[in-house]
Ligand binder design. Structure first.
Ligand SMILES: NC(=O)c1ccc[n+]([C@@H]2O[C@H](COP(=O)([O-])OP(=O)(O)OC[C@H]3O[C@@H](n4cnc5c(N)ncnc54)[C@H](O)[C@@H]3O)[C@@H](O)[C@H]2O)c1
Length: 273
């Protein structure tokens, strides 16, 4: 059921790779709620062509390539989006993450630092880069809303989440620091949503992901939040109903973050005794 929560709003969605991507569900939901969108991803990801199906389903949304580590690409994306919409955007979703160390199975105690720099650049510094350009180009309208997706490994240790945990901590810090600046300048609000483990291309790259997702399910009193649930939540954050929320890391995890233990987990432990 749609509520027209984003009627008349215009936004840019980063990171829809395929129909498993959290950004894919968010794009669909934003469109369903009345928004016009521009879609973007790294040129290499666009070559797969999957995104064209999404663009078609979202009112023939323009697809503009941008590698988030490139200033020129992001500048071009913002310029083209402003031209397309005839003015500033109301919302932006940053749903981007990548770790070559994880892909190559390098453990946290044996990182390749070239890869680590790349992880930080793609998964965290890109958020500052995007916000700085938007700030300088005045690309986000007053009371606009920017959301980036993150994970609880920024606060607690999940050993196999590797250096991505550090990238997420930086992402959340940038959210606070830039959130302050942009609120002062233009009342633009900036938040991170800390999502449950979700079966996606990036998610499945985490070692032991299947065991972990089932552990999280048992540890969350509401169960794991799905990508569709995340899309609903992001719609509220892009809407005018959450205007005074900024600089926050918002847990969207079925209660996982504040649960110590559950009967289901204890039962599982007793079975293995
Ligand atoms: N899946 C999970 O369990 C989970 C949980 C919490 C948070 N998140 C976060 O959600 C976000 C989206 O991930 P997802 O799980 O939907 O996986 P996904 O693989 O579908 O999305 C990751 C996206 O990042 C894009 N990307 C990578 N390098 C890029 C670059 N240089 N320039 C532009 N785009 C680039 C990829 O093309 C892809 O579209 C990530 O920030 C991830 O850390 C995921």
């Amino acid at each position: 059921m749609a509520y027209n929560l984003l009627k008349g709003k215009k936004g840019i969605i980063f990171g829809a790779l395929n129909d498993q991507s959290i950004a894919w569900k968010i794009a669909e939901k934003c469109y369903e709620e009345g928004a016009q969108i521009v879609l973007t991803n790294a040129p290499i990801a666009l070559r797969m062509g999957e995104i064209n199906k999404l663009a078609e389903a979202c009112g023939n949304a323009p697809v503009i390539p941008a590698d988030v580590t490139s200033n020129d690409d992001l500048k071009n994306l913002l310029q083209k989006s402003l031209e397309h919409f005839g003015g500033p955007v109301n919302f932006i979703l940053h749903s981007v993450g990548m770790s070559m160390n994880m892909r190559k199975n390098n453990p946290y105690t044996s990182l390749n630092y070239d890869f680590t720099h790349k992880t930080f650049d793609i998964s965290a510094i890109s958020f500052h880069r995007l916000l700085q350009l938007a700030y300088q180009m005045d690309a986000i309208s007053e009371w606009g809303s920017v959301v980036a997706l993150t994970y609880i490994a920024a606060q607690r240790v999940f050993p196999d989440y590797n250096e991505m945990a550090d990238a997420k901590a930086l992402l959340e810090s940038i959210t606070r620091s830039f959130g302050f600046q942009y609120a002062k300048k233009k009342k633009v609000r900036i938040n991170t949503v800390s999502q449950s483990p979700t079966r996606t291309t990036a998610g499945s790259g985490v070692k032991g992901f299947e065991g972990f997702i089932s552990f999280a399910e048992k540890m969350s009193p509401l169960g794991n939040a799905t990508a569709e649930d995340c899309a609903d939540y992001c719609v509220t954050l892009f809407s005018d109903l959450t205007k005074m929320v900024t600089m926050q890391n918002l847990f969207h995890d079925g209660g996982f973050s504040f649960t110590g233990v559950t009967a289901e987990v204890i039962e599982q432990m007793e079975k293995s005794l």
